[in-house]
Design a binder for this molecule. Structure first.
Ligand SMILES: Nc1nc2c(c(=O)[nH]1)N[C@H]1C(S)=C(S)[C@@H](COP(=O)(O)OP(=O)(O)OC[C@H]3O[C@@H](n4cnc5c(=O)[nH]c(N)nc54)[C@H](O)[C@@H]3O)O[C@H]1N2
Ligand SMILES: Nc1nc2c(c(=O)[nH]1)N[C@H]1C(S)=C(S)[C@@H](COP(=O)(O)OP(=O)(O)OC[C@H]3O[C@@H](n4cnc5c(=O)[nH]c(N)nc54)[C@H](O)[C@@H]3O)O[C@H]1N2
Ligand code: SF4
Ligand SMILES: [Mo]
Length: 702
C-alpha cells in the first residue's frame, strides 16, 4: 500500500468531520464525493445535511494555505513563512516564560481533535511548555455529565452500551437533547424502538422535532430539570416502583436521597417545572414497567450552573429503578463533538493526564512521566478550567499568551465580549485552524492546518467506540497537520521526549500512556479497529475484546457499587425579574455546526440556515409588539444581540431560544451567563434572563 500522503483519491471509508455520532461515510472521486456507509451501526446508511455536504469544506475559497502574522497589534495579518511564524512563537513564549513563569503560556484545545492530537497537545503543554494552563472546549460541552458519572459510577463514558441497544429498548427518556436536529441518523434507532412498541419521552422547553416524534413530551421551565427528576423519583417511591433489591446489592447512599426526594411531592414539582402531574406519573410508569429502559441526557440538562447535580438527579432516578449495569438499560450522556468522548480522556483537560488519569495523583504522574521520559516532579499540577482560563488571560497573574487548536471561543464562549477583551489583552495569540475563524481573526499568528479528510487518526464516538479516521485526499500545499505543528514547536523549545508526526506512532505512545488508566486504550491497534469496525474502551490488552457495556458486573468505583448523591433544586443562577422578565435558552439548528466556522462556509447550509433568529411564542410576541420576521433587540445583563423574530407556539411563552452558530450582532453568547458549575466548571449556557424589544419602531418587518 502506498504511504497515505501519496495515496490518490480512491474510495476511502472514513467518518464524518462533525458530531459525536461519527457517521460512516466513503470519500472518493474528484471533486470528492460523499457516500454514506451501511456498515457503521451509528448511521446505517444515513447522513444529515452537514455530512452530505462535508466535502465542500475541503475546497472553500478562503481556505488558509499560508501562515499569517501581524507585525504588531493593530497591524494587518500578512502571509509569512512557516519558519518565521514558528520561530516567533518559540521566541515570544520563551521571553514571556522567562519574565512571568511557565504558566504565562496557555493552551486551548478542542473536542474535535483526534485522540492523537488531543494527547499530543496535552503532552506539549506539560513537558514542552511546562505550563499547567491547558483546557479545552469540552468544558463547555459534556463536562457536567462527566463529573456526575464519575461521581456515581467512577467512570465517564457516553452511552452505557452499543448504539444498537437503543432500538431494542422499551422506554427511552431523552432529557434536553434535540437529536432530530443534532444527530439526525440517531433517530433511526429511536424509530426502531418505537416501531417495536417502545415509548419515547422527551423533556425540552421546546416542542422540537425530537419532541414531536415522542409519545410524551414534558415541557419544563429551563433550569428546573433537577426538581423534575427528584419529583419522578418521589413518585417511583410512593408507587412502589423502585428496585430495592438492586439498590441493596449494587449501590450506596440511597437513604439520603430517599429523604431529600420526600420533599418533591407532585404538586410542588408541577409548580416548579410547569409539567402536569399526570405526565410525570406516566413517565415513571413507562420507565419502571420492566424491560429495558434508558435515561439519556444532553446539553439541555447539563449546561447549567448546577449541571452536575441536574445529571446526578437523573442518575439517581436510573439507579433507583435498577437500570445502570443491566444489559440494554441504564443512564447515558449524548456526547457532542466528533471526538467529544476521546477528547476528554487523553490529557487536554486542566486536571487530567492520558487514560483519564488525575494530574494530582502521584502514581498517575509517575506512570505518564515514565512514558514521556521526564521526571514526574517536572510535570505541572492542575490548571484553570476553560472559562476561568479565558477570563484570566492578560490579567495580573494570568497567562500572557495562548495557543489555540480547534475552538472558536469568540463565538462559543459565554459572555463573549468579555472573552474578546481578554484575548485582545494578550501579548501573543496563536490560532491553528484551516479557516480564519472569528478567533483566528484576532490572533497575532495564524497557522494553517490540514483537516479531517486530509489526515488520519482515531476518534472515539458517543458509544465509547474507537474509530479510524482515514486520509482520503492530500492536504493543499502550504498547510501542516496539527501534529507537525506541535512537533516543530517542541523542537524549537528543546522539549524532552519524542514528537512524532505520524498518527500511528503517536497512537502507540498514547496506548502506553493510557495503560492501567480508566480509559485504557492499550489493547487497541489501528489494525484491530479496521478488522473489528471499532473497539470499545477500556481495552487493556490486545487479546481483550474491548468493553461495550462497562458496568454489567461492577461499577468503576473502589467498592464496585454505584453512588447515590442527594441533590436539591435551587433554580437558575439568574432568575427572571421585572427588568429581565423572559428566560433565554440557546442551542442548535440542524444545518449549522457549533460556532459555524465550518458550516457557515458551506453554500447549502447557509441557504438552509442563513442567520441568527429568536424563537418566541406568539403570545409573548404580541405582548411585546413584535411581528414575525422583525428585528428584535434581546438584552441581558451581559450585552445585547439583534436577531430576527421567528414565532412558534412550540416554545413556552416565558422562554425564548437563540441558536449560537452565528458571529456579529446575532451572537447568542453576547447574552449568556458565565455562572459556573462548582464541580464541572460548566457555564450556564441554557438559561439566563433577558428583555426583548422591537429593533424597528413599530416592531414590523423592515
Ligand atoms: N446540527 C448540529 N448538530 C450538532 C452540533 C451542532 O452545533 N449542530 N453540535 C454537536 C455538539 S458539540 C453537541 S454538544 C450536541 C448537542 O446536542 P443537543 O444537546 O441535542 O443540542 P442543544 O440544541 O444544545 O440542546 C438540546 C435541547 O435542550 C433544550 N433545552 C434548553 N434548556 C433546557 C433545560 O433547561 N432543560 C431541558 N430539559 N432542555 C433544555 C433546548 O431547547 C434544545 O432543544 O450536538 C452535536 N450535534
Ligand atoms: N450559547 C451557547 N454556547 C455554546 C453552546 C450552547 O449550547 N450554547 N454549546 C457549547 C458546546 S457543547 C461546544 S462543544 C462549544 C463548541 O464551540 P467551539 O469550540 O467554538 O467549536 P467549533 O465551532 O467546532 O470550533 C472549532 C474550530 O476549530 C477548527 N477546527 C476543527 N477541527 C480542527 C482540527 O482538527 N485542528 C485545528 N487546528 N482546528 C480545527 C474549526 O475550523 C473551528 O474554527 O460551544 C459551546 N458554546
Ligand atoms: S449526524 Fe453528525 S456525524 Fe452524522 S452526518 Fe450529521 S454531523 Fe455528521
Ligand atoms: Mo458540544
Amino acid at each position: 500500500m502506498p504511504p497515505e500522503h501519496s495515496r490518490d483519491m480512491t474510495e476511502t471509508p472514513t467518518h464524518c468531520p462533525y458530531c459525536a455520532l461519527q457517521c460512516g461515510m466513503t470519500l472518493g472521486g474528484s471533486p470528492v464525493r460523499v457516500t454514506p456507509r451501511e456498515d457503521v451501526p451509528a448511521n446505517r446508511g444515513g447522513l444529515c445535511q452537514k455530512g452530505w455536504t462535508s466535502a465542500e469544506m475541503l475546497t472553500v475559497p478562503d481556505r488558509l494555505t499560508t501562515p499569517l502574522m501581524r507585525a504588531r497589534r493593530g497591524a494587518p495579518l500578512e502571509p509569512c513563512s512557516w519558519d518565521e511564524a514558528l520561530d516567533r512563537i518559540a521566541a515570544e513564549t520563551g521571553r514571556l516564560q522567562a519574565a512571568y513563569g511557565k504558566d504565562a503560556i496557555a493552551v486551548f484545545g478542542g473536542g474535535g481533535l483526534t485522540n492523537e492530537k488531543a494527547y499530543q497537545l496535552g503532552k506539549f503543554a506539560r513537558i514542552a511548555l511546562g505550563t499547567s494552563q491547558i483546557d479545552y472546549n469540552g468544558r463547555f460541552c459534556m463536562s457536567s455529565a462527566a463529573a456526575a458519572t464519575n461521581r456515581a459510577f467512577g467512570m465517564d463514558r457516553g452511552l452505557p452500551g452499543p448504539i444498537t441497544d437503543l432500538g431494542q429498548a422499551d422506554t427511552i427518556l431523552v432529557v434536553g437533547g434535540n437529536v432530530a436536529e443534532t444527530m439526525p441518523p440517531f433517530m433511526r434507532h429511536l424509530t426502531e424502538m418505537q416501531d417495536r412498541g417502545g415509548a419515547l419521552i422527551v423533556v425540552d422547553p421546546r416542542r422540537t422535532a425530537t419532541a414531536r416524534q415522542a409519545g410524551l413530551h414534558l415541557q419544563p421551565t429551563p433550569g428546573t430539570d433537577l426538581a423534575l427528576a427528584n419529583g419522578l423519583l418521589h413518585l417511583a417511591l410512593t408507587e412502589g416502583l423502585v428496585d430495592e433489591e438492586y439498590i441493596a446489592a449494587r449501590t450506596n447512599g440511597f437513604e439520603a436521597v430517599r429523604t431529600v426526594v420526600n420533599g418533591y411531592w407532585p404538586d410542588r414539582v408541577e409548580r416548579i417545572t410547569g409539567v402536569p402531574v399526570p405526565y410525570m406519573r406516566e413517565t415513571v410508569r413507562l420507565l419502571a414497567r420492566g424491560g429495558r429502559s434508558l435515561i439519556l441526557t444532553a446539553r439541555g440538562a447539563e449546561q447549567h450552573a448546577r449541571g452536575t447535580d441536574m445529571v446526578t438527579a437523573f442518575i439517581n432516578l436510573a439507579l433507583a429503578l435498577g437500570l445502570p449495569g443491566r444489559e440494554g438499560s441504564g443512564y447515558g450522556c449524548l456526547t457532542g463533538q466528533g471526538n467529544g468522548q476521546g477528547g476528554r480522556e487523553h490529557g487536554q483537560k486542566a486536571d487530567q493526564l492520558p487514560g483519564y488519569r488525575k494530574i494530582d495523583d502521584p502514581a498517575a504522574r509517575e506512570h505518564v512521566a515514565g512514558v514521556w521520559g521526564v521526571d514526574p516532579e517536572t510535570l505541572p499540577g492542575p490548571g484553570r478550567s476553560a472559562y476561568e482560563l479565558l477570563s484570566a488571560l492578560g490579567t495580573d497573574g494570568g497567562p500572557k499568551a495562548m495557543l489555540l487548536f480547534g475552538s472558536n471561543p469568540v463565538v462559543s464562549a459565554p459572555r463573549a465580549t468579555a472573552v474578546e477583551e481578554r484575548l485582545d489583552s494578550l501579548d501573543l495569540l496563536v490560532a491553528a485552524d484551516f479557516v480564519l475563524s472569528e478567533t483566528a481573526q484576532r490572533a497575532d499568528i495564524v497557522l494553517p492546518t490540514a483537516q479531517w479528510a486530509e489526515e488520519s487518526g482515531t476518534m472515539t464516538n458517543l458509544e465509547g467506540r474507537v474509530l479510524r479516521r482515514r486520509q482520503a485526499v492530500r492536504p493543499p500545499d502550504g498547510v501542516r497537520s496539527d501534529l507537525e505543528i506541535i512537533a516543530a514547536l517542541a523542537d524549537r523549545l528543546d522539549a524532552p521526549g519524542k514528537w512524532s508526526c505520524e498518527p500511528a506512532e503517536v497512537f502507540d505512545e498514547l496506548r502506553a500512556a493510557s495503560a492501567g488508566g480508566l480509559a485504557d486504550y492499550s489493547g487497541i491497534t489501528y489494525e484491530r479497529i479496521e478488522a473489528e469496525g471499532g473497539v470499545f474502551w477500556p481495552c487493556p490488552s490486545e487479546d481483550h475484546p474491548g468493553t461495550p457495556r462497562p458496568f454489567l458486573d461492577r461499577f468503576a468505583t473502589p467498592d464496585g457499587r454505584a453512588r447515590f448523591t442527594a441533590v436539591e433544586h435551587t433554580g437558575a443562577a439568574e432568575d427572571v425579574d421585572q427588568d429581565y422578565p423572559v428566560y433565554l435558552t440557546t442551542g442548535r439548528v440542524l444545518a449549522q455546526y457549533q460556532s459555524g466556522a465550518q458550516t457557515r462556509r458551506v453554500r447549502a447550509l447557509v441557504e438552509a440556515a442563513p442567520e441568527a433568529f429568536v424563537e418566541m411564542h406568539p403570545d409573548l410576541a404580541e405582548r411585546l409588539g413584535i411581528q414575525e420576521g422583525a428585528d428584535v433587540r434581546v438584552a441581558s445583563r451581559r450585552g445585547t444581540a439583534t436577531v430576527r423574530a421567528r414565532l412558534t407556539d412550540a416554545i413556552r411563552s416565558d422562554t425564548v431560544f437563540i441558536p449560537f452558530h452565528w458571529a456579529g450582532k446575532g451572537r447568542a453568547n453576547l447574552l449568556t451567563n458565565p455562572a459556573l458549575d462548582p464541580m464541572s466548571r460548566m457555564p450556564e449556557f441554557k438559561v439566563c434572563a433577558v428583555r426583548l424589544e422591537p429593533a424597528t419602531p413599530n416592531g414590523a418587518k423592515l
